[in-house]
Design a protein around this ligand. Structure first.
Ligand SMILES: Nc1ncnc2c1ncn2[C@@H]1O[C@H](COP(=O)(O)OP(=O)(O)OP(=O)(O)O)[C@@H](O)[C@H]1O
Length: 767
């Protein structure tokens, strides 16, 4: 685990970390962008730029408190940049604060610089045929070890001042002493883990973490008295934190005209110099590099509003007038051995596969980039060019979706697809349930309509009873539409179509692992209907266990998912329907009495069709119209004999059966009229012999009147089609949706000829 972590749930995939990471050490996953530790150089850019604070530095505050509580003495070393970060208090007050936290001694890290002076001087004076790169900035060391390994030999084989002072303290005070380095530098946390220097410093804390410790311990630094430092007072080492500081400290005379010594800082300058060095374009003797803008004072570990220039100023001031009291312990004053200061570096380069031109092309094409002009190089993905992004996709660091123009295009396409699907679903729904009007003017239908109007707007539970096909579901829909919940969902469940256990999980949902196959949490239909209405059809068929659960919902408005322990509040109106005799169920024990009474608050009983025959004609005509649309035929009427037979039929399947029979007849009829022959045979059998032609004179008179009337309607219609098509019989038949041969038969029957209509204007358009 590296020092920079991602708080996954905070990451919003804005790619700002990808964009700002100088070494592209960020991998974008499906839901968040994470740091690839093998590539990370600890510069902290991602931490700084993440507006969501999804990138954080691994906290060591808990660990330090445990260390301070331990047996071993713990020594604090303040990094050379501290005067730029704790400028509003005196150094001695900072020492007091640290001692209050429990540190036994406090040192200035700049003394570590001075420990290195001789080694540096020796190396500088030793001729080398390659430029030397200073190694005190851990980010620079990581950059070269992990990304420019061919420059490894250029790294000066010397430890950093932090390691030098760490070893010095341990040597003088005792090997068991714990050394904690306090700094603005996140990469220091990386450095102390590196095997060649792992013995020197036990922990690195950022100034930000330190500030947190002071806050947690209610240590108010400005109110504290001053306490002297315990280490050795440094001199020019105090300039080390700013650009050029190391040259001052090591006595190197670098000036503008001397190309032998170069010093620079900041990501861009550093990367440019490294590339120049790698390409051999410049050959100085020594290069001092610091990754952060302004040098160590630009480190990311503590935010404050000062610019690198004002921080530099604070370092200068402190150097000129330190005002830092010192009470150096005797064991640091005595001459003693200088700690080991040499260091080796290793190749940590993590090679990523390089894609072929063909692979890059394929990836570009998969994000709609077929020609060069398609490569917008907009940078929204975090990579400067589309090709760099394609390479990252190949290497598994990035995803196609990161491309903004591509994602927008996909969204647009998805939007169109969804809109089409929505429209289709709407149409299907309309066909299935579109006609919610309750047809009928007979006394019992009017009574049902009246009850719907009364109960609709109330929250009352409704029980709808009646035979199958009498319109129980239609009534439930009408109640929902009349309620204040009409803009919320109406969820219909047929309780007989699912097994008991499935029905339970369907209604109340389930928790992951509740049963085999429950691979994740699933919401139930009660939750889906929250705020709206649930219609439980065939409620008489549910098991006693479900009856008990249902009672609980009705009583306390809570459901419990299968396998769950926490109840969930729901606000759902219940409408139930049954064609069973629930009273009998109560008596026989298969239906709970308490549930029966909870359901039976307001009951609507649907009359069977045989008891509302006055409405049959109306129903027939409405269903004829609907069937016309569904089967795409123009149907103008129904033969009176067919109606007469229907009036004699008992309709066991009720209105649903009537609807189906009309639709079937609409399919079967050869012309625009439904006749007795188009109905199932049982209807012909219901007609008395005389009805087929030899009926009573009264009947006969009525029937022939009606037949005449219908024939006249049919003839007029045919004439209109012919007028519209200028006498073109084939076209007229097509417009009428009638087979040509049938149309011709009709012409003969009505003694009409296409030629009569040539050149005639239509009087009325056909319906
Ligand atoms: N009064 C009516 N007016 C118009 N259509 C009706 C009427 N009654 C029923 N229907 C239609 O008849 C069909 C059956 O109605 P519905 O499904 O509501 O009956 P049901 O009593 O719930 O049947 P089941 O008990 O079998 O579930 C539906 O297509 C419905 O639109």
């Amino acid at each position: 685990m590296g020092p920079i972590q991602t708080v996954e749930e905070r990451c919003r995939k804005c790619y700002s970390c990808v964009r700002n990471c100088p070494v592209k050490a960020i991998k974008v996953k499906e839901n968040w962008a994470e740091v690839i530790h093998e590539r990370c150089i600890g510069c902290g850019k991602c931490v700084k730029v993440c507006a969501q604070q999804a990138k954080i530095v691994t906290e060591s505050t808990g660990k330090i408190l445990r260390m301070l509580d331990g047996e071993q003495p713990v020594v604090a070393v303040l990094g050379c940049s501290f005067p730029a970060f704790f400028h509003d208090i005196r150094p001695g007050q900072l020492v007091s604060g640290l001692k209050r936290l429990g540190f036994e001694e406090v040192h200035e890290g700049s003394f570590g610089v001075e420990l290195l002076v001789d080694t540096y001087r020796r190396l500088i004076d030793t001729p080398a045929d390659f430029p030397r790169i200073t190694t005190h900035c851990p980010t620079i060391v990581d950059l070269i070890e992990r990304h420019y390994p061919h420059l490894l030999k250029n790294l000066m084989p010397v430890v950093s001042p932090m390691v030098a002072i760490g070893r010095f303290i341990k040597e003088r005070k005792g090997a068991k002493t714990k050394v904690v380095y306090l700094s603005s530098c996140i990469a220091g946390k990386f450095e102390i883990e590196a095997e060649p220097v792992a013995d020197a410093v036990d922990m690195v804390l950022t100034y930000q973490e330190l500030a947190k410790l002071f806050r947690a311990g209610s240590i108010d630094l400005p109110r504290l008295p001053e306490t002297p430092f315990d280490g050795v007072p440094p001199e020019r080492g105090r300039l080390f934190a700013v650009t050029g500081g190391p040259f001052q400290a090591f006595g190197i005379e670098a000036d503008f005209f001397n190309p032998d010594f170069l010093a620079t800082e900041g990501q861009e300058n550093v990367l440019e110099i490294i590339r120049d060095l790698a390409a051999g374009r410049i050959t100085p003797r020594m290069v001092d590099l610091r990754f952060c803008t302004g040098g160590c004072v630009g480190g990311p570990g503590k935010s404050n509003r000062l610019t690198p220039f004002s921080k530099r100023n604070l370092i200068h001031k402190y150097y000129q007038n330190p005002q830092a009291p010192y009470a150096t312990a005797a064991y640091y004053q005595a001459p003693g051995p200088i700690p080991r200061l040499d260091r080796r570096f290793s190749n940590k380069y993590h090679r990523l596969d390089t894609p072929s031109g063909q692979s890059i092309r394929q990836i570009l094409q998969s994000t709609n980039k077929f020609v060069e002009q398609d490569e917008l190089n907009c940078g929204a993905c975090g990579y400067d060019t589309c090709r760099e992004h394609a390479v990252a996709v190949y290497q598994g660091l990035a995803e196609n979706d990161m491309c903004l123009p591509y994602s927008l295009k996909r969204l647009e396409e998805d939007h169109v697809k969804l809109a089409q699907k929505y429209e289709l679903a709407q149409r299907a729904l309309q066909q299935e349930y579109g006609d919610t009007a309750i047809i009928g003017r007979d006394g019992s239908t009017l009574e049902v309509l009246n009850l719907i109007t009364q109960v609709g707007p109330t929250p009352t539970t409704v029980l709808i009873r009646g035979e199958s096909g009498t319109g129980k579901e239609l009534t439930a829909r009408a109640i929902h539409q009349k309620s204040q919940r009409s803009d919320k969902p109406l969820v219909s469940v047929n309780c007989t179509t699912l097994t008991d256990s499935l029905l339970e999980s369907e209604l109340f949902g389930h928790k992951k692992g509740a049963f085999t196959g429950a691979v994740g949490d699933k919401k139930g239909l009660f939750e889906a209907a929250n705020g709206g209405t649930i219609f439980l059809d065939e409620i008489g068929d549910i098991t006693p266990k479900l009856q008990a659960e249902l009672l609980r919902v009705l009583d306390i408005g809570e459901i419990k998912p299968v396998g769950g322990t926490t109840p969930i509040k729901v606000d759902v109106r219940l409408i139930a329907a049954t064609n069973k005799n629930l009273e009998e169920g109560v008596k026989e024990g298969w239906f709970r009495e308490d549930l029966f009474y909870r359901l039976n608050v307001f009951t609507i009983t649907m009359p069977p069709l045989r008891n509302r025959m006055e409405s049959l004609r109306e129903l027939v005509h409405v269903f004829l119209d609907r069937a016309s649309k569904r089967v795409n035929k123009t149907l103008v009427g129904i033969d009176e004999r067919a109606i007469a037979s229907m009036l004699r039929y008992p309709w066991p399947g009720n209105i649903r059966e009537l609807q189906n029979i009309i639709e079937r007849a609409a399919v079967l009829t050869q012309d625009s009229i439904i006749r007795l022959e188009n109905l199932p045979v049982v209807f012909s059998q219901l007609m008395p012999e005389s009805a087929d032609g030899t009926s009573t004179p009264a009947d006969n008179g009525f029937r022939s009147q009606r037949e005449k009337h219908l024939n006249q309607v049919e003839k007029n219609l045919i004439k209109r089609y012919l007028e519209e098509t200028g006498g073109n019989v084939s076209l007229a038949a097509r417009k009428a949706g009638i087979p040509r041969r049938t149309f011709y038969r009709m012409l003969t029957r009505y003694d009409l000829q296409g030629a009569e209509f040539r050149g005639k204007k239509p009087t009325h358009p056909t319906p």
